[in-house]
Design a protein around this ligand. Structure first.
Ligand SMILES: [Fe+2]
Ligand SMILES: [Fe+2]
Length: 319
């Protein structure tokens, strides 16, 4: 008679689930810290529709590079349904993780709302063209091959939150001299992303402490290439190139994020690993150098986006 499969054989991610259950009290403490530190704001508190005429005048001066950046940041935020689903699927819905997912989703939803409301009130896009892009972006779906591993989800969200923080923060800096209200909005959103990043970063640090072998494996599966929903749709690469050329977000930013996280997580200092995990540790520590070389290659191969042509950017309003 064949042996009865153990729980681990029946469910390949049973060990990860055990660790998640074990760290639940510490995760509760991180949720509490987040609630104490966050600044809850509502889109209409910072965007008064009675001031639409003034806003339209001010936004007229926004260069096309800033508009392209705003469009990409908005699209990224509108990927929220896919991200909510991924968190629910990987982390479950009935524990502290489910509570966090709902809380996080409610906070994130305001980002897409405020950027869309701003875009519409400011009259800086052909909204139908932008909405079509958004539709394609969402319809493309997003199903990263993580094998339901919650560690990979937490590695991904640690990186992704920091990436959005940088993109919104850099765009806020570029918008500041022309349109202070857009700067205010983007800074508020970037502030939220910073706090989300801290939550995920510290959750992943717990995984590294409890289960370093599997955590390193998950980090190595996710870190070399941060996939985004919609990256395959027509025009996405051009839009990403334009945003990189404008200094809003690109491979060099990603390199910095990876390098910082490896440092904060103390990857180089991890000890007592198997030889396989030591190899992953070395590969991870070599990653910033690899990403930097890739960033240089991208900057050389793809020309600066001087003349932006996107359906959602009306030519007559170009700066
Ligand atoms: Fe966001
Ligand atoms: Fe966020």
């Amino acid at each position: 008679m064949p042996p009865t499969p153990t729980a681990h054989q029946a469910d390949p991610i049973a060990p990860q689930k055990e660790v998640l259950a074990h760290i639940a009290p510490q995760v509760e403490a991180l949720v509490t810290r987040h609630l104490e530190q966050r600044r809850l704001w509502m889109p209409s508190e910072i965007l008064d529709e009675r001031e639409r005429d003034r806003l339209r005048d001010a936004a007229r001066g926004l260069p096309e590079s800033v508009r392209a950046g705003l469009a990409l940041n908005l699209l990224t935020e509108e990927g929220l349904p896919h991200f909510h689903r991924l968190i629910a699927v990987h982390m479950g819905e009935h524990s502290v993780w489910g509570r966090w997912n709902n809380l996080w989703t409610a906070e994130e939803d305001r980002h897409g709302c405020v950027l869309r409301d701003y875009s519409r009130d400011a009259g800086i896009f052909d909204m139908v063209a932008l909405e079509r892009l958004q539709y394609d972006y969402l319809e493309a779906g997003f199903n990263p091959d993580w094998g339901r591993d919650p560690y990979k989800l937490l590695a991904y969200t640690s990186l992704q939150e920091k990436a959005t923080q940088r993109a919104h923060g850099n765009l806020a800096r570029l918008a500041a001299p022309i349109e202070p209200q857009l700067q205010t909005i983007l800074s508020r959103v970037a502030g939220d992303e910073a706090k989300h990043h801290l939550f995920y970063r510290d959750c992943f640090a717990m995984l590294l402490a409890e289960d370093p072998e599997r955590a390193l494996k998950a980090a190595w599966a996710v870190m070399p290439n941060l996939a985004m929903p919609g990256h395959t749709i027509p025009g996405y690469t051009q839009l990403s190139d334009a945003v990189r050329a404008a200094g809003i977000y690109g491979p060099l930013d990603y390199c910095k994020i990876v390098s910082d996280l490896l440092g904060v997580w103390g990857i180089a200092a991890a000890r007592g690993l198997s030889s396989q995990a030591e190899r992953l540790q070395d590969q991870l520590m070599a990653l910033p150098g690899r990403l930097e070389r890739f960033a240089e290659l991208v900057a050389r191969r793809r020309p600066q986006a001087r003349d932006l042509r996107f359906d959602f950017l009306p030519r007559a309003q170009g700066a």
